[in-house]
Design a binder for this molecule. Structure first.
Ligand code: IFG
Length: 519
């Protein structure tokens, strides 16, 4: 034995042990690939097989459960070719079936569920319909990734048996889509909603107006869309949602237990409205349509009474179309509005929102004003504003630009997006805790988390998918899963195993080198 070699042999031995201890083992069962990670997963080591003979039963005459059951059947059919029957159970289901139950279990809250998979039965129980729908996403993720393909696959549709009990950490987990800088039609928005639903998100904030475009039909002010909706960043044709189309989006989201929050940004970010109606301008002269990317140059005329009639009409029509509790009034980057005008303006707009039976939410600058009880401040860049809002007793929607702005480039080589706040690689997008990010904003102050996609540089659904994925699943987990034990080193394995699911869903995601993508 050449003893001089001993130290290097020892080093190799120790290094070998360390690496096998720390090298995360690729998950070998879908139970270990769930995103967001459930509160508790108890594997029982068997398998349940979905077959052409499987039926979906619901207990009791619950129309919600039947509709959710049909949603599951519709999701499973393309890849399996099975037309699963959905009906009300009469007695205990026979082996090989799925049973959906809505039954009182208050600890599960609005969106929690319990999923018991045995070799004979998949039983999903929830306290409320939304919980049943969230549990359906877990069933999808327990099946092989090819379940998300659109053509029939000849594979055994096996699920690992387990008992899962699960519910969200935050009441709101969502995303914002800016349809003002670049317009995205109803089908694109529906696809975005489908992707949010897969990761148990429950909010879509639509940024409906800005300098470059007005995107929602307001019958009492038609030029807002006929003129203000006719262009976009870069000079494209823009577009807008008729009220019927907006209602279609709202219903599509509601069917997936996702709430729409519409935003009319004001007093800044209003050039599209100012270009549409000369009388909205202090000088009674309409501005030109704007197709650039600057911000902070526009303001409604806060001194004119007409401005508040305009706002009352707009918010009134939008509130009537929006079942959700919130209307977003923007309030950001009002650099062309004097502070002494901004404060009474936002105070008045909050009153108008309240008059129409809604709660106001605004970007964190609104904390400069006296906030109505239950007004929410959305933290994006100024922690002082957000702490001021907390000091007024307001809840915070966490959308820190340095962590949750989806238009931030991954790194300096990313062609799309901007990087004024930060480069946000997939690990950075995941490795933060909303409840500790800003001193003075704790868990009890936070309404939820929202990842925002601004679209100055984003023009197509592919662009959206590239910037949103694979970061979005991380935000879904931050918003849903327990903080204890959360770590990038563990999560990245699960995310790597989701590559095949995103691929099966035709998501054009960014293949970050920081993720061990499973083949
Ligand atoms: N800030 C602006 C957005 C958008 C964004 C791009 C907010 C609240 C920069 N306001 O973020 O309109 O231009 O990253």
């Amino acid at each position: 034995m050449n003893f001089r070699l001993l130290p290097s042999l020892l080093f190799l031995l120790v290094a070998g042990m360390v690496s096998c201890v720390h090298k995360p083992q690729p998950a070998n069962s879908s139970l270990e690939n769930l995103i967001p990670m459930p509160v508790s997963v108890k594997a029982t080591g068997g398998t349940f097989e979905l077959t052409t003979g499987t039926s979906i039963f619901v207990e009791g005459q619950s129309q919600d459960a039947l509709r959710i059951g049909q949603y599951l059947a519709d999701k499973l059919k393309p890849a399996t070719g099975f037309a699963l029957n959905v009906s009300v159970a009469s007695g205990a289901p026979k082996p090989g079936n799925i049973l959906l139950v809505i039954a009182a279990d208050t600890a599960l809250g609005e969106e929690g569920y319990e999923l018991a998979v045995t070799k004979d039965l998949v039983k999903l129980t929830a306290n409320k319909p939304a919980g049943l729908f969230r549990g359906i996403q877990t069933i999808r993720q327990l099946l092989p990734a090819s379940i998300e393909l659109t053509g029939v696959q000849q594979v055994p549709w096996k699920m690992a048996t387990a008992t899962i009990r699960d519910y969200p950490l935050y009441a709101i987990r969502g995303s914002m889509l800016d349809v003002a800088r670049h317009f995205f039609g109803v089908e694109d928005v529906k696809r975005y909603i489908d992707l949010l639903a897969f990761y148990k998100m429950n909010l879509l904030h639509l940024h409906l107006s800005d300098d470059q475009g007005w995107r929602i039909e307001i019958k009492s002010w038609p030029n807002l869309t006929t003129h203000g909706g006719s262009s976009e960043v870069g000079g494209g044709k823009g577009g807008f949602y008729t009220q019927e189309q907006y209602k279609e989006i709202v219903q599509y989201a509601a069917d997936r237990f996702i709430t729409i929050i519409p935003e009319i940004d004001m007093p800044g970010h209003t050039n599209a409205a100012l270009a549409s109606y000369a009388e909205l301008n202090c000088n009674d002269t309409a501005t030109k349509l704007y197709t650039g990317m600057n911000v902070g140059f526009s303001t409604l005329c806060t001194k004119k009474e007409l401005t508040y009639k305009f706002i009352d009409d707009v918010i009134g029509e939008l509130a009537a179309l929006t079942p959700g509790p919130y209307l977003h009034i923007g309030g950001d980057e009002s650099h062309a509005t004097k502070k002494e005008d901004y404060i009474p303006f936002v105070t008045r707009v909050q009153e108008i929102v309240k008059k129409h039976g809604k709660l106001a939410i605004g970007w964190d600058e609104i904390a400069l004003t006296k906030l109505q009880p239950n007004t929410v401040a959305q933290y994006w860049a100024d922690s002082a504003n957000s702490k001021a809002a907390v000091n007024q007793g307001a809840k915070i929607m966490m959308s820190p630009a340095i962590k949750a702005y989806l238009d931030m480039k991954y790194d300096s080589t990313t062609k799309l997006g901007q990087h004024w706040a930060a480069y946000i690689e997939v690990d950075s997008a995941y490795s933060w805790n909303p409840a500790t990010l800003v001193q003075g904003i704790g868990y009890e102050n936070i309404l939820g988390i929202e990842a925002a996609l601004w679209t100055e540089t984003i023009a197509t659904m592919d662009d959206i998918e590239y910037m949103v994925f694979p970061r979005l699943p991380g935000y879904a987990e931050i918003g849903w899963s327990p903080v204890a034990g959360r770590s990038w080193d563990e999560y990245k394995i699960r995310l790597g195993n989701h590559g095949s699911r995103m691929k099966a869903m035709n998501v054009d995601f960014y293949k970050s080198k920081r993720v061990p993508w499973a083949e």
